[in-house]
Design a protein around this ligand. Structure first.
Ligand SMILES: C[S@@+](CC[C@H](N)C(=O)[O-])C[C@H]1O[C@@H](n2cnc3c(N)ncnc32)[C@H](O)[C@@H]1O
Length: 369
């Protein structure tokens, strides 16, 4: 398995990582080109269904292998192999040198492969583990420490945040997408994650994208101690339908996620600072309004605002559940079989709907009272 921490620890690795983004951009490996090459609808949809696109685009591989950008898509998005002679002919020598130096590719029996996923997105390159290998076999299993590529939920949160300025704390940073995407508008960013491998990938991605950000391991459940008090906390929480509990690292119920954030806030946010949490809420049959349900999960007398993101591709509507079929464009399940499993699971547990929710909690400000 690729070791992101080892690359960050080596001076030579740091230098090479710093030049990787530019080298990938130079060969035209962009978000737009990747979406076009795999005929996806948009970047979020591609990222959420990457394994599906990998399988469906198998017949396009010969065409992909005619350009350096296409070879990058094959290696790092489809997670497939490239014949070594074609690799040498298509990819400029400088980029080949860099990828070899960083151990991002390896050649065996005449085929070049990678163990790392590279997602071009938001004008950045985000390295993470591969969740599937080659054309079909899903490798992600159980509660491993694999670091996921950015997901539709990452974009959902970013697109609904509005302006974020000042000092930012990104909780559960994963590959670092939120902290890095918000870096330019903030005076400083710190990301924390339970998974040390995620911390290392975030550090790698800060270097690749030339962004100054600190990442450290920390567990939200046992409180966070991360230096200066922040103005904003963001958390794309590992919540969702309970059957995600099997695969999502640190999965927690939406209620627990909010309770942990509320408990951690005084130690990490300045008075008046805000926590913004994306929760995927399972709403049981018979429950009242989602907003009221979510408010009851925040203890004390804090200012809590709840935005229900019902139009989101992460929602499962009550109508879809009644009909027994997910809405077109829903990204909560992979493929038809996954969608059917999700519907069965929710119905068995008497869930009325699944509502993505952006919760804003303001830390008490004694001066303004
Ligand atoms: C849904 S992912 C979000 C990753 C990334 N922020 C994004 O938006 O793509 C949730 C992240 O929370 C991390 N996590 C889970 N439980 C945690 C905990 N108790 N403390 C800190 N991080 C946690 C996971 O390791 C994972 O990286």
């Amino acid at each position: 398995m690729w070791d992101p921490g080892a690359q960050v620890a080596r001076a030579r690795g740091v230098q090479s990582l710093r030049s990787l983004g530019e080298a990938l951009r130079e060969v035209g490996f962009t978000e737009k080109e990747t979406v076009r090459a795999l005929s996806a609808e948009d970047p979020a949809e591609l990222l959420s269904n990457a394994a599906f696109y990998a399988v469906c685009s198998a017949e396009r591989v010969p065409e992909l292998l005619t350009s350096a950008a296409g070879v990058m898509v094959q290696l790092f998005v489809r997670n497939g192999g490239v014949p070594a002679d074609l690799y040498a002919r298509t990819v400029p020598i400088a980029l080949r040198g860099l990828l070899a130096e960083l151990e991002l590719v390896a050649e065996r029996d005449g085929t070049v492969t990678s163990e790392v996923s590279v997602s071009p997105g938001r004008s950045m390159y985000l390295l993470s583990d591969q969740l599937f290998r080659g054309d079909a076999s899903i490798t992600m299993a159980g509660r491993s420490t694999l670091v996921m590529p950015p997901h539709a939920s990452s974009f959902e949160l970013l697109d609904n945040l509005g302006a974020v300025e000042g000092r930012l704390l990104d909780v559960g940073c994963g590959c670092g997408i939120l902290a890095l995407a918000l870096r330019e508008s903030c005076s400083s960013v710190v990301g924390v994650d339970l998974n040390p491998r995620a911390v290392a990938y975030s550090q790698v991605n800060a270097l690749v994208n030339g962004l100054d950000a600190d990442f450290l391991p920390a567990d939200l459940r046992s409180g966070l101690a991360v230096g200066d008090l922040a103005d904003h906390l963001v958390f794309n929480s590992p919540t969702g339908p309970t059957h995600h509990a099997e695969t999502e690292i640190g999965w927690m119920s939406a209620e627990h996620a909010l309770t942990f954030v509320a408990a951690a806030m005084p130690a990490v946010l300045r008075p008046g600072g805000t926590a913004r949490v994306l929760l995927i809420v399972e709403v049981p049959e018979g429950a009242g309004a989602v907003t009221e349900l979510v408010r009851t999960w925040v203890p004390g007398e804090r200012d809590v605002q709840v935005a229900e993101l019902r139009g989101s591709p992460l929602a499962v509507s009550a109508t879809a559940l009644a009909r027994g079929r997910l809405d077109p464009g829903c990204l909560m399940a992979d493929g038809m079989a996954g969608a059917a499993r999700l519907v069965d699971h929710l119905r068995e547990r008497r869930i009325r709907e699944v509502v993505p929710t952006l919760v804003t909690i303001r830390e008490a400000d004694p001066v303004r009272r």
